[in-house]
Design a protein around this ligand. Structure first.
Ligand SMILES: Cc1ncc(COP(=O)(O)O)c(C=O)c1O
Length: 397
């Protein structure tokens, strides 16, 4: 058999892959740190961290070892049994999240965590209405879609979705008007990721917290993209000292292994009972062992602090570039290692991910013309700066 090539892989896949995704023309076979390699042996610097997932880099040796070790002991049992990896993880999640979030449940993907959060909010008060924000992203299951603030995702399935309320992100008055007696919860990303790296104005999250306290609605913080150190604190809500009633985590939690979680307060947890939720892979020991390793590496290597300090350095370079090229760059935004260069020209922005491949860089553009930078929290500076220079060069057209 001849070695696979991009062309042979494409040809084989064309007959079998459900075409719901437009692929980029690269077949990735390996990853190490912030670099990945394709089937032809070409290397790329990954400024997307596998979509915000490989927080400690691709195939960190400690993560690989933890997964291999756990795989040799126990990969799966049902959630009817206690397991130590799960116990270690839920204790750790309690420790790294606000004190009031004491209870957690482990699932396999961000969308599942959002489903759990919505169900929990409904169980807690019996209410059925959710308030979400324009531009938000909460996953592609029917529950997640019902609260996604992006028409392109929701409209195709609108006939199957309950109608929810959507308000402009960052607009507290609009949220006040939308919340009513039937509002189970406000669901919000403390910093919108897919929607264009949107940072809310100061006081917005605290205002939502107060609004929830007044109205009896719960506050769900969806930190699937922003949690686990990404913004320079363990959680993005930590910047504002706001404690949600329910929190979702995913992506960076498993460092590449599919695991996510939803957490809640003692008060919310008192409203559920056995049978309210579950899942074959809920609490899966392999995923929990992976997440335990990720959290250990983040602590041992000081990666939350690094996300904050390196984020500042990158931001300074982005701002200098924006100042030097006001015709090309509209603004710079983000926090920690979730940053964006907002370009003026949408066509140019749209071409960047493909052109970047030719220069050996993986970079994403979201919300039309927002070049999103969300590399691994431990990306070596030797990889980062040349890749960023490539992005600058491509941004200029
Ligand atoms: C804020 C947020 N919530 C939910 C999700 C859905 O997570 P998953 O793709 O793991 O289902 C995402 C994914 O990008 C996200 O960014």
């Amino acid at each position: 058999m001849t070695d696979p090539t991009l062309e042979s892989i494409r040809a084989r896949e064309a007959a079998h892959f459900l075409p719901v995704v437009n692929r980029l023309p690269v077949a990735i076979t390996q990853g190490a740190g912030s670099r990945v390699r394709d089937v032809a042996g070409r290397e790329y610097v990954d400024l997307t961290a596998g979509w915000g997932v490989t927080a400690i880099g691709h195939c960190h040796p400690a993560l690989v070892e933890a997964i291999a070790d756990q795989a040799g002991r126990l990969m799966q049992t049902t959630n009817l049994f206690y397991t130590l990896p799960q116990l270690d993880l839920i204790e750790k999640l309690d420790a790294i999240t606000p004190a009031s979030l004491t209870r957690s449940f482990l699932v396999s993907s961000g969308a599942e965590a959002v489903e759990g959060a919505l169900k929990l909010a409904h169980r807690a008060g019996g209410r059925r209405q959710f308030v979400s924000t324009h531009g938000s992203f909460h996953g592609r299951t029917l529950g997640g879609l019902s609260v996604i603030g992006q028409a392109k995702h929701r409209e195709r399935y609108a006939a199957m979705l309950p109608e929810q309320e959507f308000v402009p992100y960052g607009d507290l008055d609009a949220a006040v008007s939308a919340v009513g007696e039937q509002t189970a919860a406000i669901i919000v990303e403390p910093l919108q990721g897919e929607g264009g790296v949107n940072v809310p104005p100061p006081g917005y999250l605290a205002g939502l917290r107060e609004l929830c306290d007044r109205s009896g609605a719960l506050l769900i913080a969806d930190e699937i993209q922003t949690g686990i150190g990404r913004t320079g604190r363990w959680l993005a809500v930590d910047h504002d000292g706001v404690c949600p009633d329910i929190l979702t985590l995913g992506k960076g939690l498993g460092g590449g292994f599919p695991i996510a979680a939803f957490l809640c307060t003692e008060n919310v947890s008192k409203t559920v009972q056995p049978g309210d939720h579950g899942g074959t892979y809920a609490g899966n020991p392999l995923g929990a062992a992976a997440a335990n390793a990720v959290l250990r590496v983040i602590e041992e290597e000081g990666l939350v602090e690094r996300a904050a300090s390196l984020g500042e350095k990158i931001r300074a370079r982005l701002e200098a570039f924006a100042a030097a090229h006001p015709d090309c760059v509209e603004s710079v935004r983000g926090r920690g290692l979730l940053l964006a260069l907002v370009l003026r020209d949408e066509d140019n922005a749209a071409s960047i991910p493909t052109r970047a491949l030719e220069q050996g860089v993986l970079v994403n553009v979201t919300a039309g013309r927002v070049v999103r930078l969300f590399p691994a929290l431990n990306i070596p500076e030797d990889d980062l700066w040349p890749a960023l220079d490539t992005v600058f060069q491509l941004a200029l057209g």
